[in-house]
Design a protein around this ligand. Structure first.
Ligand SMILES: C[S@@+](CC[C@H](N)C(=O)[O-])C[C@H]1O[C@@H](n2cnc3c(N)ncnc32)[C@H](O)[C@@H]1O
Length: 248
């Protein structure tokens, strides 16, 4: 396994983002998603929120993700939807194609965050919207905390709210909404249940046989559990998320 964080999630069939379904809906509304709009979901993971967005807003939707296993799972779970492998930093689409782009807990992963946001701008139609839900430092983090997110959360490098806004502006978009937020444990749990529902149970039933039969998977899980147990002090106060919307 190359990256235990994503490999375990794709095997379990569950990916997530802070704020759950409520945050996704807020972004969809801020980005004016609706009937007949063409929406690109970048970093769709296992396709759960992409599926809910398409159902709820009756939009035409395409989901992309860097990891082929995520796309395999999305296609298996939602065979009537469109998914393909693609890197946020080099989107294989013509300029001016989509009405809106939704990307949740994705743009903090690639080394070229600005490159990715410039790509979002390029493939958007004029006046189109980019809605980001991104991991956000709510105060200046100690090095121990930045090292921890890289090690324990698949290489993620959050930014401050101000930096996310600057990146959106530098990419040539107008910032129309920016709101860093704390992650509230109860709200998060409810939001995840709304998104994943029974998939949570299915995910665990998938995990058990994998854990006992696949050595690589077991090692990856053990690694994740080790990180989950040794969370550095102040981490949960310092790390939040934010909703950021830019318009072309
Ligand atoms: C934390 S998961 C969130 C998935 C999904 N947005 C959700 O909310 O369930 C992050 C996702 O971003 C994808 N990802 C990371 N880097 C990417 C890149 N450069 N281009 C596209 N997807 C990427 C990962 O494969 C993973 O599926």
């Amino acid at each position: 396994m190359k990256d235990p964080y994503f490999d375990v999630q794709s095997e379990m069939g569950i990916t997530k983002h802070a704020g759950g379904w409520k945050a996704t809906k807020e972004l969809a509304e801020l980005c004016h998603i609706g009937n007949n709009k063409y929406v690109l979901v970048v970093g769709c993971g296992t396709g759960i929120s992409a599926n809910k967005l398409q159902k709820e807003y009756k939009c035409k939707l395409l989901g992309v993700d860097l990891h082929p296993r995520m796309i395999e799972q999305s296609k298996k779970e939602y065979p009537d939807m469109k998914f393909q492998v693609a890197d946020a930093q080099k989107l294989p689409f013509k300029s001016n194609t989509f009405d809106a782009i939704i990307s949740e807990s994705v743009t903090a992963f690639p080394p070229g965050k600005l490159k990715a946001i410039k790509e979002y701008r390029r493939v958007l139609k004029p006046k189109g919207y980019v809605g980001l839900n991104e991991t956000t430092w709510l105060s200046k983090p100690r090095k121990e905390l930045t090292d921890y997110t890289v090690k324990a959360m698949g290489g993620v490098r959050p930014e401050s709210g101000r930096n996310w806004e600057n990146l959106i502006r530098k990419a040539g978009l107008k910032v129309v909404f920016a709101e860093p937020r704390k992650i509230k444990a109860f709200e998060q749990a409810v939001g995840e249940m709304q998104l994943n529902g029974l998939k949570n149970i299915k995910a665990f039933s998938r995990l058990i046989p994998y854990y006992f039969t696949k050595k690589e998977f077991r090692q990856a899980m053990n690694e994740l559990v080790k990180h989950a147990v040794h969370v550095p002090k102040g981490f949960l106060k310092c790390l939040g998320y934010g909703l950021y919307v830019g318009q072309k």
